[in-house]
Design a protein around this ligand. Structure first.
Ligand code: NI
Length: 392
């Protein structure tokens, strides 16, 4: 019986040092050249079979157990965000305007600790572990790029696992939700085209600013009037641009924003109503309209049986853990693309520490987490991999 938590704690300094190094040298999506180089170096040192350049800057390592068995994929994301860091930490970002503000530095470091733990027990393992270090998770298409490069082939995984440091909850908390855990994400750009003119003579033009305001108001009806009350969805207009002068009606106005949902049928309904309302209201206001809707990720839906078993693993190896089965967020995750194809489980590892002030939200310039979450994350991931290797 492997003592996963003890082994992960034994690797604490290794994991923390890597995490701080990644934190100091953050790289945006598809630019993770330095990070991927360190990942490949560490995995090569373990004697694993390593492929680089998978999905541009992704790294995949295959670990063969001593006995035959299933193929289990464990995925860790590596990218940072275009944010100026304000933590003041001694290991703060050295790259202006780029920051690990989501904890992916921790995921990458924990992933390398998982590789070490599993490699040390290679002879006892039944089957194959595919360790996937993914670029560009932050809405740039990293998972899709890895899929296009065949990350789910040769060998094809039977099951997939991934995780996120979770600063909404303290260290000690673990979230494993059966079914939907993170929402689908879609984004839109709407160009409303009127006819510009003098601000004092609105009757001679067609005002796209007023049309845009009507469209924004009408869009609020989708969630309140069309989505069934017991379902969830979000339609948020995050940007409205158009016009520059105080006395000129502009020619066009552009709206941008995001749409979130869980169930495929709710997603279809929201996207259909979005299109109808934007076109219908714009035209009623005398404007023409161009709608660009881009589907970003499906919802992250955990396999029920896998979630149950990962929860069992967590209660076994982290006996003090506070286990939560209800955590569900309108944030989204491109791991959903892999889990659409391969049954999977995506879990959350509480990482906040209120006493130490390590509790800023994800994507905030002051985001930082309690590093004692790192061995817990590595132990739970390694133990979950072994759980599914032993009994697929
Ligand atoms: Ni993230």
């Amino acid at each position: 019986m492997i003592d996963f938590l003890r082994e992960a704690q034994g690797l604490f300094e290794y994991t923390r040092d890597l995490r701080r190094d990644f934190h100091q040298h953050p790289e945006l999506g598809f630019q993770e050249v330095r990070t991927a180089g360190i990942v490949a170096r560490e995995l090569n040192q373990l004697g694993l079979e390593v492929s680089t350049g998978v999905g541009k800057t992704g790294v995949v390592a295959t670990l063969e157990g001593g006995n035959p068995g299933p193929v289990i994929l464990a995925r860790f994301d590596m990218d940072a965000l275009p944010i100026q860091e304000e933590t003041g930490a001694e290991y703060a970002s050295q790259t202006p305007g780029v920051m690990h503000a989501c904890g992916h530095d921790g995921h990458t470091a924990a992933g390398l600790a998982v590789a070490r733990i599993l490699e040390a027990h290679k002879a006892e393992l039944n089957g194959t572990v595919k360790l996937v270090f993914q670029p560009a998770e932050e809405g740039l298409g990293g998972a899709e790029a890895m899929l296009a490069d065949g990350v789910l082939e040769n060998p094809r995984p039977d099951r997939s696992l991934s995780m996120h440091m979770w600063n909404e909850k303290p260290v000690g908390w673990i979230g494993v939700t059966p079914g939907p855990a993170m929402s689908a994400s879609d984004r839109f750009t709407v160009k409303i085209i009127g006819r510009g003119g003098h601000g004092a003579a609105p009757h001679l033009g067609v005002d796209p600013v007023v049309a845009g305001a009507q469209v924004i108001s009408a869009l609020q009806n989708i969630v309140s009037r069309n989505v069934p009350p017991l379902e969830s969805a979000v339609v948020t207009v995050t940007s409205m641009t158009g016009g520059e002068a105080f006395n000129v009606i502009p020619e066009t106005v552009e709206l941008r924003g995001t749409i979130r949902s869980f169930k495929p049928e709710v997603r279809d309904l929201v996207l259909e109503r979005f299109q109808e309302i934007v076109v219908g209201v714009s035209e009623a206001m005398g404007c023409q309209v161009e709608v660009a809707l881009r589907k970003i990720t499906p919802a992250t839906i955990n396999d029920l049986e896998m979630a149950e078993r990962v929860r069992g693993v967590a209660s076994r190896i982290l006996p003090q853990a506070e286990l939560d089965t209800d955590e569900c967020t309108m944030g989204s995750e491109d791991m959903a693309y892999l889990m659409d194809d391969i049954p999977g489980c995506y879990f959350f590892v509480g990482s906040a520490n209120h006493d130490q002030g390590l509790d800023a939200a994800h994507h905030h310039p002051k985001f930082d987490f309690d590093e004692s979450a790192l061995p817990r994350a590595a132990a739970l991931m390694a133990a979950s991999v072994v759980e599914f290797l032993d009994k697929n």
